[in-house]
Design a protein around this ligand. Structure first.
Ligand code: PHE
Length: 337
């Protein structure tokens, strides 16, 4: 009786299996035959009705049938899934190609690269220092008096009593001179921070390039010559310049360099506040007090230093009137350069 049923099940399965067309058909017959309440387990349940002497043979046949069905179903399952994969992976060669957006260097990077290459061609090397700086390197070694307004919480982001986010790249001068003996001729680019209200003209973070040249016979004329040559290489020939006396604690004498306004060519406009001039950098001869802090002999050595804001330099060159656009990553702005 059971043996017959096994034979019948085998036949039924074969017929149904040949009619399977897709994986959901397959799943249906898997449940029908191999499921918990399926035909095979029903037959196993009925094994107990068989004669004791027939049981081993029937049991063996039942096992064979179950294995056979299982392996056929598994094989079919894997061939369905392979088929699906190759269908989804098939290529339509008539589709238009994907357009790749090619990025470009940020305008500040481009400006800095240009500044670097000009100074490198004049014999300057490039050095960098950390943005988190000691109060000593940022102020004290640079001859800032104790009560200088820049040392106030209003202007500087202090991390602790002794550490801060550097407010300029001048502390890298100190680091470099502590490490090297003259002659030193280097530029030091980097990010600086000031606790200022954000507006079109100022941002709480920006970039500077510091310059330093120390040797036994450096002159103010050389400083001027170097900066004028830089400005001509960067801005072209079509401008005039002037040096105005100024003050920085770490240089003496100090000056600021102006060039004629690009917008109005010197006749006066909103950008240059109707003066016809735009300030591009601060500079001066290194104060002997700074040399004292780095143990340079100020009787023997003399040097000049300068510092410029990269955003400002780029704004003047490209006629950008709002500093915030450098940091907003608006594609419409970035794409122009
Ligand atoms: N550190 C000065 C500033 O941030 C610029 C400067 C650098 C001036 C070197 C003189 C010499 O304004």
């Amino acid at each position: 009786m059971l043996t017959k049923k096994i034979e019948q099940t085998k036949k039924d399965f074969t017929t149904e299996f040949t009619n399977v067309e897709n994986s959901s058909d397959l799943e249906k017959i898997r449940i029908k035959y191999l499921g918990r309440n399926g035909t095979i387990s029903e037959l196993f349940d009925r094994l107990k009705e068989a004669d004791k002497k027939d049981k081993p043979l029937i049991g063996k046949n039942l096992n064979l049938l179950r294995n056979e069905i299982t392996s056929q179903i598994n094989e079919a399952k894997s061939s369905f899934s392979k088929q699906r994969k190759s269908e989804t992976q098939s290529l339509d060669l008539t589709l238009p190609g994907k357009k790749y957006q090619i990025g470009s260097r940020h305008i500040l990077t481009q400006t800095l690269d240009e500044i670097k290459s000009i100074f490198k061609s004049m014999g300057f090397s490039v050095h960098e220092g950390p943005e988190l700086e000691s109060d000593y390197n940022n102020f004290e070694a640079l001859n800032f008096p104790e009560d200088h307004p820049a040392r106030d919480m209003q202007d500087t982001f202090f991390i602790s009593e002794d550490f801060l986010l550097r407010t300029h790249t001048s502390p890298v001068q100190i680091r470099l001179m502590n490490k090297m003996q003259p002659p030193v001729r280097a530029i030091m680019p980097g990010r600086v921070y000031r606790n200022e209200a954000v507006s079109a003209r100022s941002y709480c973070m920006f970039h500077q390039v510091e310059g330093l040249y120390v040797d036994t016979d450096v002159t103010f004329a050389e400083l001027k010559g170097t900066l004028v040559s830089f400005a001509h290489q960067f801005y072209g020939e079509d401008f005039e310049y002037r040096f105005r006396p100024s003050f920085f604690p770490f240089t003496e004498p100090s000056a600021e360099m102006d060039i004629t306004c690009f917008i109005c060519k010197g006749s006066g406009c909103k950008i240059c506040k109707y003066s016809g001039w735009l300030e591009i950098l601060g500079c001066g001869m290194v104060d002997p007090n700074v040399f004292k802090c780095v143990h340079y002999d100020s009787e023997k050595y003399i040097g000049y230093a300068f510092g410029m804001g990269i955003e400002r330099i780029a704004m003047l060159k490209y006629g950008i009137t709002d500093i915030r656009v450098f940091f907003e990553n608006d594609f419409r702005f970035l794409k122009q350069f």
